[in-house]
Design a protein around this ligand. Structure first.
Ligand code: SF4
Ligand code: SF4
Length: 537
C-alpha cells in the first residue's frame, strides 16, 4: 500500500554509524549474479550464493584483493583520489538523493554513501588514518563492510543528482561505480547487471535476442508501420556502405511502450529517405557494463564501433537510451576513441554539422529530429496527440551526462498541443531519477525501486492534479521499462511513452493513407481529446 511506504522514518540509528550492519531484507536488494554469467564474462569467483546468506564464500585473499584494487584505482583515476580527499561534509547533498528521500536511511545520503568507502581509504591509504584510526573517521575493512558496500552501492542508481548540488562537484556516482568495480574483484555482483552484459556478448544485445529473432522483430515493426500509414516501410539490416548505422536499446524492439518509439523511428527514416542500416551484431545501444566496471563498459562499447567500421558507415545515430549516451559522451573517447575512422556527422537532410559529436561520431536521435523540425523538413499534425496531456521526465543520463535538455522539449512542443512541465527543482539538471537505473530495475528490489522513485512520481502527481497530465514522455529504455510500474503504484492513470512515439503520431508522411489509429493501435478519433473534454466542461 502507498501509505505504508510513505511512513518514512528518518531517525538516525543509535551508536556509531560505522558499527551498523546492513540488513538484507527482501524487496530492498537484488539477487547475486548466477555463476554461469560470472563465468561467461571471465569475472572471478563464480559460485552459488545470495546476499541473505551468512557466508558469502569470498575468496581467501579477498581483503588483499580489495586493497590492491583500491590502490591501483587510486593511482589510475585522479577523480577517485580527489573524491576520497575533498568532501567537507557540508551536507548540501544529503537530502538530494531519491533513495534517502524515499527510504529515510541515512546511509543513502550521498555523503554517507561515499563515506562507506572513504573510511576504508583513510585507514589504509592515509597516514592519519593509520595512526589515529577511528578518531579520524577510519575503519577496518571487514566482511561486514563488504556487505554494507554491496547493500548501498546497489542502492545507488548512479544518477548524479547529488553532484549537481555539491559545491566541490563530488560525483558520488563515480564512487559507487568504483565500489561496484571493487566488489566485482571478489565476485560480489548482481544478476540483473551481469546477465544482460553476458547476453550482449553472446547474442549482441542485453535481452539475448538472437540475430534471426532480431530480424523478425524489426520486420514485424516495419510491417506494422506500413499498415498504419499505408506506405511500404522497410528496415535495412546489416547493409554495408549505408551512410548511417542506427543503434537502439534492445527493449525498443522487444518491449512496450518502447516498441511504439521504434515505430516512430521507422516512420521518420522512411519519410526523409534516410540512407541507414541497423545491425544484428550491434543490436544493443545500451551498456550494462557501465553498472559493473570500466573494463566491461569498454568491451561493450567497442562492439558498436567495430560494427560501424565493418559496415563502412560514415557515422552513428543513436536511439532513445540513457546509459548508452552516458558511455558515448563521458567515456567513449578515452576508452575506445578517437573514432577517427568515421566521419564527423553531418545531417544528410539539413546539412547541419553536429559539432558536439565531432569526437564520438555519434548523434542522438533527439538532436537529429529537432534539427529536422527546426529546418522545416517535417510536416507535423500535433492534433493527433490531443488525447495526451504530456509532461516530460528528463532521463538522468541524457540530461545530466550530455546536457540534452532542450531538444526533447522542442520536439514535444512541436508534436503535442498539451505540454506541462513538472516543478523546476525536479526537471532538467535537477531531474529526479526513476529509481531503477544502473541495473536496479528488477523485481526482487521492488520496494526500494518504489521508494527511490517516489520523488519523481510525486512531481508527476503534482502536474496530474494541476493540469490533468496523463502521459509521461521520456527518452530512456530503463525509464520506459520501470516508470509504468512506478506510475501505476503512485500515480495511477498516467502512461509512459517515448518522444519518437509522439513524433510518429504527428508525422504527416508523403502519400500516407488517412490514419485511423495512433501507434498504439488506439482509434485516433475514438476518444474525446483532452481539448474536447476541457471544452465540454
Ligand atoms: S555536498 Fe559535496 S562536499 Fe558537501 S557533504 Fe556532499 S559530497 Fe561532501
Ligand atoms: S548518484 Fe543518485 S542515487 Fe547515487 S547517491 Fe547520488 S543522488 Fe543518490
Amino acid at each position: 500500500m502507498p501509505e505504508k511506504l510513505l511512513s518514512i522514518e528518518q531517525n538516525n540509528p543509535e551508536g556509531d554509524w560505522r558499527d551498523a550492519k546492513a540488513e538484507f531484507r527482501k524487496g530492498t536488494i537484488c539477487y547475486s549474479a548466477a555463476p554461469k554469467n560470472v563465468t561467461y564474462l571471465g569475472l572471478p569467483n563464480p559460485r552459488p550464493w545470495q546476499p541473505f546468506d551468512a557466508d558469502w564464500k569470498l575468496p581467501p585473499d579477498w581483503k588483499q584483493t580489495i586493497l590492491k584494487g583500491m590502490k591501483e584505482r587510486l593511482q589510475k583515476y585522479r577523480s577517485f583520489r580527489l573524491f576520497m580527499e575533498i568532501c567537507v561534509r557540508c551536507g548540501a547533498c544529503a537530502d538530494k538523493c531519491h533513495f534517502y528521500v524515499g527510504s529515510g536511511d541515512p546511509k543513502n545520503m550521498p555523503v554517507l554513501r561515499a563515506e562507506l568507502m572513504r573510511s576504508v581509504y583513510r585507514r589504509y591509504f592515509t597516514l592519519t588514518g593509520r595512526l589515529f584510526g577511528s578518531l579520524v573517521g577510519a575503519r577496518e575493512l571487514t566482511e561486514d563492510v563488504i556487505k554494507e558496500w554491496f547493500y548501498y552501492f546497489y542502492q545507488c542508481t548512479e544518477c548524479r543528482r547529488c553532484s549537481v548540488f555539491c559545491p566541490y562537484g563530488i560525483d558520488t556516482a563515480e564512487i559507487t561505480m568504483m565500489g561496484r568495480e571493487l566488489l566485482d574483484l571478489i565476485g560480489c555482483n548482481i544478476n540483473w547487471v551481469l546477465e544482460p552484459a553476458a547476453n550482449c556478448f553472446r547474442t549482441g544485445n542485453h535481452l539475448g535476442v538472437q540475430p534471426h529473432a532480431f530480424q523478425d522483430s524489426l520486420q514485424f515493426a516495419a510491417d506494422e508501420a506500413s499498415e498504419i500509414t499505408g506506405l511500404p516501410i522497410e528496415v535495412p539490416i546489416n547493409r554495408k556502405g549505408a551512410e548511417i548505422l542506427f543503434v537502439m536499446p534492445s527493449a525498443d524492439y522487444f518491449a512496450t511502450p518502447h516498441y511504439y518509439t521504434l515505430l516512430g523511428y521507422l516512420m521518420l527514416f522512411h519519410e526523409i529517405g534516410l540512407d541507414y542500416t541497423v545491425s544484428t551484431f550491434a543490436s544493443e545501444g545500451g551498456n550494462f557494463g557501465l553498472f559493473s566496471s570500466h573494463e566491461l563498459t569498454k568491451r561493450l562499447n567497442a562492439k558498436i564501433y567495430e560494427e560501424a567500421k565493418r559496415l563502412r558507415v560514415k557515422w552513428i545515430l543513436g536511439g532513445e537510451c540513457g546509459h548508452m549516451w552516458r558511455v558515448f559522451h563521458q567515456y567513449m573517447d578515452t576508452m575506445n576513441g578517437p573514432a577517427d575512422f568515421l566521419e564527423p556527422p553531418v545531417s544528410p537532410i539539413t546539412g547541419t554539422h553536429f559539432e558536439n559529436a565531432r569526437s564520438t561520431r555519434a548523434v542522438h536521435i533527439c538532436e537529429f529530429t529537432a534539427d529536422l523540425i527546426h529546418h522545416g523538413k517535417l510536416r507535423l499534425d500535433p492534433s493527433r496527440n490531443d488525447r495526451w496531456n504530456v509532461t516530460y521526465h528528463d532521463s538522468c543520463n541524457p540530461s545530466r551526462a550530455m546536457g540534452l535538455l532542450e531538444e526533447p522539449r522542442y520536439i514535444l512542443n512541436s508534436v503535442c498541443r498539451n505540454f506541462h512541465e513538472m516543478p523546476e527543482n525536479t526537471i532538467r539538471e535537477q531531474t529526479f531519477c526513476c529509481g531503477s537505473g544502473a541495473g536496479l530495475g528488477t523485481d526482487e528490489n521492488l520496494e526500494m525501486r518504489l521508494r527511490g522513485g517516489f520523488p519523481r512520481a510525486n512531481a508527476v502527481k503534482h502536474v496530474k492534479e494541476k493540469h490533468g497530465v496523463n502521459l509521461l514522455a521520456c527518452i530512456c529504455a530503463i525509464d520506459k521499462a520501470t516508470l509504468p510500474t512506478l506510475m501505476e503504484y503512485w500515480v495511477p492513470g498516467v502512461e509512459v511513452a517515448g518522444v519518437h512515439e509522439l513524433l510518429g503520431n504527428a508525422l504527416v508522411m508523403t502519400g500516407e493513407k488517412e490514419r485511423a489509429t495512433d501507434l498504439r493501435g488506439e482509434d485516433l478519433r475514438g476518444e474525446p481529446t483532452v481539448r474536447e473534454e476541457a471544452a465540454r466542461e
